[in-house]
Unconditional design. Structure first.
Length: 357
């Protein structure tokens, strides 16, 4: 089979069906051992976090626009990513639970305590709770982005939605667990937090079967959603290049927070030249390419770099114009393909007079 035919075939089956992505008629769950939980408790906990995160904590507290959880990032003073997080209200009043990369949990606690100052807050790592992803690779989840358009017709330009969204997934009221739709993309399913005695297959009114972490990771890679320090390199990654605006993880209407200046300035320019994209390797040998391997176009010129690979799916930070104008792509001499995820907002269209609408 020619390279062109293999690339077209991969694009046609990029999400629905592959040899090692078999259809199932039940939900799947996996314990996210690469993620850790942190508790922030106290009367000023929401105000405290509001000044540190890219998203708006008020969406977790105000009844008119209340969210069950939010996606956000913590930035350094230069506007680079320190770590990503999903935040949800905890079991107690004035308590929030932060999900972060497990390798960065101690650094995250230290970062939070550094800005605590004199606030009466309890900040600690949680060791008696686990976090799970509960997802269904074949559930038909409508992604309604017809009215969602980027700020300009340039591919990958910024998008502003205030950092919140309404999930189409049904809510589940739990007593011994916390369960909420993933705040990034509905196709990622639910985040479920509980003790060892109440895993999702026992606690949810759904047919749930445990699977390994790689199954979830490949599902996430197919969707093009980055997570954790291997994909969001601390102190180097830029929030909008990591699709924070597309993933409802940044509010451009809230007050100041650490690292806001660079993010706001980038947003107002409207142009993001590089973004995280899904990758699929068409013929992958036993020796997989290393992270940070260059992705090349048909002329042998680099258009970006591989960020991480599991199975034959991965994520890459790619220059959008060069990537989507290329007739073919390779990485480490292997054919690879990419695509714009369905959950991305539509590119703003130009009107007849040459402007944009």
């Amino acid at each position: 089979m020619s390279l062109l035919k293999r690339i077209l075939l991969a694009r046609s089956v990029q999400y629905t069906c592959t040899a090692n992505y078999n259809k199932v008629d039940y939900w799947q769950s996996t314990q996210l051992t690469h993620r850790a939980l942190i508790r922030v408790r106290g009367e000023e906990s929401s105000i405290f976090l509001q000044g540190l995160v890219t998203n708006d904590m008020n969406t977790l507290t105000e009844q008119e626009r209340k969210s069950e959880s939010i996606y956000c990032m913590f930035l350094n003073t230069g506007g680079r990513v320190l770590f990503d997080s999903i935040i949800c209200p905890g079991f107690e009043p004035d308590e929030y639970i932060l999900e972060v990369d497990s390798d960065l949990a101690k650094a995250a606690v230290k970062h939070l305590k550094m800005y605590k100052v004199r606030r009466r807050l309890k900040i600690e790592e949680i060791t008696d709770l686990n976090v799970f992803a509960v997802f269904n690779i074949n559930k038909d989840i409508t992604i309604n982005n017809v009215d969602k358009q980027t700020q300009s017709p340039i591919i990958g330009s910024t998008y502003c939605d205030g950092g919140s969204r309404i999930s189409v997934l049904p809510a589940f009221q739990q007593t011994d667990a916390l369960c909420a739709p993933d705040p990034r993309v509905d196709s990622l399913g639910y985040r479920y937090i509980s003790t060892d005695s109440c895993p999702p297959e026992k606690g949810l009114p759904l047919p749930v079967a445990p699977v390994d972490l790689d199954t979830y990771t490949m599902h996430r890679f197919r969707l093009g959603v980055p997570e954790g320090k291997q994909e969001l390199i601390p102190a180097k990654a830029m929030p909008l290049e990591c699709n924070m605006d597309y993933l409802h993880g940044v509010s451009f209407h809230k007050g100041c927070y650490i690292g806001q200046e660079l993010t706001a300035r980038t947003h107002h320019t409207g142009v993001i030249r590089k973004r995280i994209l899904p990758l699929q390797f068409l013929d992958l040998p036993n020796n997989q390419p290393d992270s940070d391997e260059s992705v090349l176009n048909e002329a042998g010129k680099p258009v970006g770099k591989l960020r991480r690979l599991v199975g034959n799916y991965g994520l890459g930070l790619l220059r959008l114009q060069e990537t989507f104008s290329a007739s073919s792509l390779t990485c480490a001499g292997l054919p690879v393909t990419t695509w714009k995820p369905d959950w991305w907002p539509k590119d703003k269209k130009e009107n007849a007079e040459g402007g944009s609408s």
